[in-house]
Design a protein around this ligand. Sequence first.
Ligand SMILES: NC(=O)c1ccc[n+]([C@@H]2O[C@H](COP(=O)([O-])OP(=O)(O)OC[C@H]3O[C@@H](n4cnc5c(N)ncnc54)[C@H](O)[C@@H]3O)[C@@H](O)[C@H]2O)c1
Length: 273
Amino acid sequence: MFTNKTFLITGIADEHSLAMYAAKEIIKNGGKVVCTGLGISSFHDDLSDRAKEFLQKNFEDFKRSVHDSLGDSMVEILDVSIDQNIESFAQELAAKGIKLDGLLHAIAMDKTIRKKEVKPLIDVTIEEFCDTMNVSAYSLIRITHYLLKYKVLQNGASICSLSYIAAAKVTFHPYRNISIAKAALERITIELADELGRKHAIRVNAIRFSPYMGSKAGNATLKIEDVATSNKMSPLGNALPVDLAYEICHLFRPESRITGEIRHVDGGYHITG
Ligand SMILES: NC(=O)c1ccc[n+]([C@@H]2O[C@H](COP(=O)([O-])OP(=O)(O)OC[C@H]3O[C@@H](n4cnc5c(N)ncnc54)[C@H](O)[C@@H]3O)[C@@H](O)[C@H]2O)c1
């Protein structure tokens, strides 16, 4: 299905990342992937020792897991909170003659959730609000902007991002600050679907996935009871990462006319009250 097709996979932290399942499925279907992860780039300055240590460990885990699970796939550092990093990454792909047939946005960050406790929205600072919005939503615009600017993203490409039901509904596990960023990410998906569909025949979709504790982000934010509650409420039980990977591949299929969709891969949780 993906012979001669290459996809950018963002958001791999380790082998348990949702993005990793998508990357494996793409390769299984004959495609190639370029993977990006957090690490120390030449654009980082004034990093504390703690921040350096965190980024270095993150990059090592990322590189090792890609090597173990995806063989010799290309790995690059990308911190989407630094605009020059996104631009230089796109320039590098262009210099290497890499053309992309799609990209997966699987990036989220919210410092107002600590030790599984969510800060009340009323106490969220402008920095916390804007940082979460920048990394978790606006970055989709910037990545796409630079990939188009340097002619890396091809006409007819497919873009997919990962969202959560909390973008639209207050659930048993209210996320507050990140929910607002997810709502923005979904609206960006729809606006880009219109803009890029007309200009470049590029498709843009988002998928709302079930709560999943296997990943670093999921484990840092969710409690076992949350996952159990949604599993019970969902007619088919919680969806698995591999279900998500199948749907991403479906949306990445060349020559489909699906765009501007906010899909659910959640075992039917969204139809419950
Ligand atoms: N785990 C869940 O329950 C769940 C459910 C629905 C949607 N999602 C979404 O799926 C996506 C992937 O999450 P995951 O569960 O696989 O967790 P994960 O921790 O494996 O992935 C989150 C990724 O975001 C990256 N990231 C954070 N800040 C970044 C920055 N400044 N620049 C670049 N990358 C940055 C991290 O390095 C990490 O790779 C996220 O968008 C998340 O909101 C997760």
